[in-house]
Design a binder for this molecule. Structure first.
Ligand code: OXD
Length: 313
């Protein structure tokens, strides 16, 4: 029995291996491509693997994403159907995503981009730049209010913002007005002066952030996408910015990562970009969960944070 790490992107595995070894020095941990005997692999921890690879392991029982998202696993058409999928749900992921989204919301709401521009020109404004409205009338709307979204929405409500959330099914969250289902999407969008996207990437959500949706937001709304790049139709954002349907945007995720050098987002004056760093799983806090699921899978016990393959998250 062994646990194998398979990653083909920038996600570093040495920290995970170190933490797992500390927790259980007897654990047989391997890192792709140093697999050894393939039949000994019962558990894989993966991040953007090579599609089809899991078929090689005939005793594989469980695959864990190394992050909150599982779209990189579910998009593999050769993913064996009998294998359980789990994901990471971790307080430090929630904390860092909260820090990022609160920063992005406040940066826009308090017009910090405009002040940075003034600073670059050594200009002291005659008076403070006017805010769009007071926070209690300024709605921050969350598309996706699961573990991450509900926590951040509550924090923004505590900061005094009007907050609403849209999800598949209605949610009861203190300080957050809940909208749900396709029938309430337009009413939700009409409120959102800042739209924060935290949706999982599924067949239903791919390309959901598009021209049609931008037209339903209050004119000049601001867009924050911290979920997945493919939720967004990138050329539609550029059009919406030109038409002033959107006043600006902040993106941490992109259809293609790393973002190609020639991509128009790099130099757009009203787009802030960061390189998929809003919330990166911390092996220190998440390794115990990985180990727990490894042991549970060996003992055929119920797994933590099991993914519903049909739902897609
Ligand atoms: C995740 C991510 O899914 O970092 O956790 O994107």
């Amino acid at each position: 029995m062994a646990l194998l790490f398979i990653t083909t992107s920038s996600r570093e595995v040495s920290g995970w291996v170190q933490e797992l070894n500390k927790l259980d020095p007897s654990l047989d941990v391997r890192v792709w491509p140093h697999v050894g005997n393939k039949d000994e692999i019962t558990f894989v921890a993966a991040w953007y693997h090579e599609p089809g690879i899991f078929k090689k392991f005939k005793n594989l029982k469980c695959i864990s994403s190394l992050g909150a998202g599982v779209d990189h696993l579910l998009s593999d058409e050769d993913l064996p159907s009998h294998i359980s999928l789990v994901r990471i749900v971790d307080t430090s992921l929630v904390q860092s995503m909260t820090e990022y989204v609160v920063w992005a919301v406040l940066d826009h709401y308090r017009k910090m981009g405009d002040y940075r521009n003034l600073q670059s020109k050594k200009q002291w404004p005659v008076k403070p730049l006017p805010l769009e409205s007071r926070a209690q009338n300024f709605c921050v709307g969350f598309m996706g209010i699961g573990q991450l979204g509900s926590h951040i929405a509550q924090k923004l409500s505590l900061l005094g913002f009007k907050v609403c959330g849209w999800s598949r099914t209605p949610k009861k969250i203190a300080g957050v007005t809940s909208f749900s289902g396709a029938q309430e999407l337009d009413a939700f969008l009409a409120e959102a002066r800042i739209l924060v996207c935290l949706l999982p990437l599924t067949h239903d959500t791919k390309g959901i952030l598009n021209s049609k949706l931008f037209k339903k937001l209050p004119k000049g709304a601001y867009l924050i996408n911290v979920a997945r790049g493919e939720l967004l139709v990138e050329e539609d954002v550029l059009k919406a910015l030109d038409l002033k349907l959107l006043s600006g945007a902040c993106f941490d995720v992109f259809c293609k990562e790393p973002l190609p050098e020639e991509h128009p987002f790099w130099a757009h004056p009203r787009i802030t970009i960061t390189p998929h760093i809003s919330s990166v799983t911390n092996p220190k806090t998440a390794a115990p969960q990985l180990l727990e699921n490894y042991n549970r899978s060996l003992q055929n016990k119920p797994l933590l944070n099991l993914v519903d393959r049909k739902r897609g998250y």
